[in-house]
Design a protein around this ligand. Structure first.
Ligand SMILES: Nc1nc2c(ncn2[C@@H]2O[C@H](COP(=O)(O)OP(=O)(O)OP(=O)(O)O)[C@@H](O)[C@H]2O)c(=O)[nH]1
Ligand SMILES: [Mg+2]
Length: 201
């Protein structure tokens, strides 16, 4: 989960790199978010949505989308001196679920992106992280034209555990994305500290 980067002489720079997943249903803006916040050119694995795939992929409600992530997105952001986040965007289509276990290995936490027009699409991601005890925040990507719901409404609709943060964001905006990431790191830090205290207390 945490890496300390080393210098060639074996000394440590003291910088940390944390692994974060960007998850959620199909077409909710995962690739967009990783691209918006990454300070390196993001790695993308986009393929055209094909006629053949239309038989198995649920593209309802995302009419203008022509490509989809078939493996992962990857990016990096430094959120403060000495603390970087490695961002792994998951594929949204059900047929790529088998990749999630590998992608989530060693992750500090996850952002579950949600679109209130298709809220049900993020249930599997919420379930996945809840069952594995991986801390996550739900980030509502405020698409224009979507009816505005408050964080409270979304939290209730998803039946989230009391403390799970819900934040509103714009996946296309760097500052907005960064704010969600900072919120996740703080939340995950508190969760792990509480678990540690529980285990020794
Ligand atoms: N209006 C608006 N469009 C957005 C926003 N976020 C993403 N989009 C658009 O929505 C589409 C979906 O974005 P992607 O980032 O590819 O979604 P994804 O979750 O990675 O999709 P999959 O990998 O196929 O599951 C793209 O055409 C984006 O330009 C947003 O906040 N507002
Ligand atoms: Mg994608």
């Amino acid at each position: 989960m945490v890496q300390k980067s080393s210098q060639p002489d074996g000394g440590e720079t003291g910088s940390l790199a944390l692994k974060i997943l960007i998850a959620g249903g199909f077409g909710v803006g995962k690739t967009t978010l990783v691209g918006a916040v990454s300070e390196i050119r993001p790695l993308r694995t986009e393929e055209q949505l094909s006629q053949v795939g239309s038989a198995v992929d649920d593209t309802g409600g995302v009419d203008h989308k022509t490509t989809t992530t078939v493996a992962m997105d990857f990016g990096r952001i430094t959120i403060r001196s000495g603390l970087s986040l490695y961002l792994f965007g998951t594929p949204g289509q059900d047929r790529f679920w088998f990749l999630w276990d590998d992608l989530s290995e060693g992750a500090l936490g996850a952002i579950v992106l949600a679109d209130t027009r298709r809220l049900v699409d993020c249930f599997p991601a919420v379930d996945y992280f809840e069952h594995r005890g991986i801390p996550f925040v739900v980030a509502v990507n405020c698409f224009s034209g979507a009816r505005a719901f408050g964080a409270e409404d979304v939290s209730r609709a998803l039946d989230l555990d009391g403390g799970t943060p819900v934040v509103l964001c714009d996946a296309r905006d760097r500052d907005s994305g960064k704010e969600v990431l900072v919120r996740l790191v703080g939340y995950a830090g508190r969760m792990y500290t509480a678990r540690l205290l529980d285990s020794v207390g």
